[in-house]
Design a protein around this ligand. Structure first.
Ligand SMILES: Cc1cc2nc3c(=O)[nH]c(=O)nc-3n(C[C@H](O)[C@H](O)[C@H](O)COP(=O)(O)OP(=O)(O)OC[C@H]3O[C@@H](n4cnc5c(N)ncnc54)[C@H](O)[C@@H]3O)c2cc1C
Length: 548
């Protein structure tokens, strides 16, 4: 049976489904092919302000009210209480040391909290991906996407005028001809195998393995390490990062009490485990907890909701992200490590870019031209490098908490500046702005330079460097981000507890090229004092409402 469509998308995670739906809304004839079925487990759950900004823009531009409403915890609860999610007020970090409980030293604790939202209702969320991805698939079908699950796509032939896919479903062979193919199949790299796209993973500096599951009964850090100074939000309602000698652990709490947790382990961290501890994923999990008493207390009563799994290496990277008649979604193209929760935001921005590319060719070729695809490829390549350098620097700094905190300021300054700028001047060029400072002459070089400096410090004088070297590094970071530091970061008076600081923002109005009065007038757009969108008609061109 031969069929045809304009756009074929392989993989129905949220990225494939949402892009399929946007293209269908634009008027394209879209087929979405999935090898599994929904609902299904998926990892990659913690959203960020930049992710939600993209989701809001997509909601507004294509009249997808659910996207807009899923972009803050408050709107999500009001409109989709049945989709499971967790409140994420910011990023929490602790440094643990082997065989010692986490030390509560008041304001001198090895603890960093950076708020991403001023209050709960505007907060980011952890996405229970089984629910969220299923929602996006259902909405795609509702928008007219031809969705086929349990499909085995066995080959793809990319020619200059079309793409031919062959496969089978329920034992019946099919052939699908498409004008354009989007690979949203994730790390498996479906198209890469078909067209022999080489791996470029050697370009990635970061190396880590992963042991993970979902758990019931995880105790709060505030219970197992009580009495710490009050932070800008309750510590656990965040993406919680526990830094350890072997790497780090994430802990993401959903509102129903389930916690997604995993250890990311460096090659040397893995080597430090005894053979008896690495026999299976569960043994590895238990051995790691046993080394860190406060984590052991937090997980003492926890039960895994599915078998604990282990992946010895999670990085992947391909040599190209697009070509004539095809494009890869970011997670198919490259992945580094979840340290700064970059995946969802990056994927949503790519959806915006590809949607705009199809929108601009709607009334002529109906397929993005090679110039726009080359631009997409170049941006994704630079962004994958940038994510990697930022994460690699963080791993380099992990041995000493003050070094880590200083380096993390680079990430927070970069995303805070991008968020405020995009909120204050919302237009379609935001989607094509480089992610994580790519294209910004001040910010783009910093992750590479930071990594270089960190290597020099941590390799010259033992892992942690001297206090003079570390102080020098923190000063360098403070100066390096000064021209973009609208959020009042890198401020010792804050004791590593950073709220969303509108006063600092107003004070630094010039960094955004605005007068004080202009910025004060624009503040409601950042504080979220505006109307909620619930509508059906197309909202293209409507002013951005809401935000934080
Ligand atoms: C350990 C870990 C933690 C992470 N944490 C975060 C985080 O906290 N925040 C964040 O922003 N990002 C995080 N990420 C990244 C995040 O997981 C990805 O950005 C996100 O999953 C991308 O979604 P997607 O829809 O592109 O792909 P996926 O979710 O991978 O979906 C791919 C889909 O394609 C289907 N498929 C695969 N092969 C085929 C085939 N041959 N034919 C048909 N269908 C196929 C699969 O069944 C699946 O449904 C994390 C990643 C990892 C590995």
């Amino acid at each position: 049976m031969t069929q045809s469509c304009e756009v074929a998308i392989v993989g129905s995670g949220f990225a494939g489904s949402l892009l399929a739906r946007v293209l269908a809304v634009l008027g394209y004839d879209v087929v979405l092919l999935e090898r599994g079925t929904h609902p299904r487990f998926a990892i990659g759950e913690s959203s960020t302000p930049l992710a939600n900004l993209s989701l809001e823009r997509i909601g507004l531009r294509y009249a997808l009210a659910d996207c807009y409403n899923l972009a803050t915890h408050g709107r999500w609860l009001a409109h989709f209480p049945e989709l499971r999610r967790g409140l994420k007020r910011g990023f929490t970090f602790y440094r643990h040391h082997p065989d010692k409980p986490f030390a509560n030293r008041g304001f001198d604790s090895e603890r960093l909290l950076v708020a991403a939202s001023p209050h709960d209702s505007l907060s980011d969320t952890h996405w229970l991906r089984a629910d969220v991805d299923h929602h996006f698939v259902r909405e795609a079908i509702g928008a007219g996407v031809d969705y086929r699950d349990r499909v085995d796509v066995t080959s793809a032939n990319v020619a200059s005028d079309s793409v031919r896919l062959n496969g089978s479903r329920n034992g019946t062979a099919f052939e699908l001809r498409a004008s354009f193919l989007i690979d949203a199949s994730g790390p498996g790299g479906f198209l890469a195998r078909q067209i022999s796209l080489p791996s470029a993973v050697e370009r990635t500096v970061t190396r880590s393995g992963l042991v993970f599951s979902h758990f019931d009964g995880v105790r709060l850090m505030n219970d197992v390490a009580p009495g710490m100074p009050e932070g800008p939000y309750p510590d656990d309602w965040a993406a919680v990062h526990h830094l350890i000698d072997e790497g780090w652990m994430y802990s993401l709490r959903f509102d129903d009490g389930v916690t997604s947790a995993g250890f990311l382990l460096t090659p040397s961290g893995l080597r430090s485990m005894k053979p008896s501890e690495t026999g299976d994923a569960e043994a590895l999990w238990r051995a790691l907890l046993e080394r860190y008493p406060t984590l052991a207390s937090a997980f003492a009563e926890a039960t895994p909701l599915m078998p604990i799994a282990f992946r010895p290496a999670i990085q992947h990277r391909l040599t190209r992200a697009a070509g004539e008649r095809w494009a890869l979604m970011p997670h198919t193209y490259a992945f580094v490590d979840p340290l700064f929760s970059t995946g969802i935001a990056w994927s949503l921005r790519a959806i915006e870019r590809l949607a705009l590319a199809f929108e601009s060719t709607l009334h002529n070729r109906r397929v993005p031209d090679i110039a726009v695809l080359t631009r997409y490829d170049a941006l994704l390549s630079a962004e994958a490098d940038q994510i990697d350098l930022l994460v690699a620097g963080a791993y380099q700094a992990m041995a000493q908490f003050d070094l880590f905190v200083a380096h993390a300021m680079l990430y927070f300054a970069t995303v805070a500046f991008a968020e405020v700028r995009e909120r204050l001047a919302p237009d379609e060029s935001s989607a094509w702005k480089g992610f994580l400072g790519v294209g910004d002459p001040v910010l783009e070089p910093l992750p590479r330079e930071s990594l270089r400096r960190l290597r020099r410090i941590t390799q010259s004088c033992g892992e942690v460097g001297t206090s003079r070297e570390r102080g020098g590094f923190a000063d360098w970071i403070t100066n390096a981000i000064a021209a973009r530091n609208i959020a009042g970061l890198s401020n010792p008076a804050r004791h590593n507890l950073y709220p969303v600081d509108f006063d600092a923002l107003v004070e630094r109005h010039e960094l955004l090229g605005m007068s004080r009065d202009q910025l004060v007038t624009a503040l409601p757009a950042l504080r979220g004092n505006s109307t909620v969108i619930t509508t059906g008609p197309r909202l293209k061109g409507a002013a951005v409402a809401g935000g934080r």
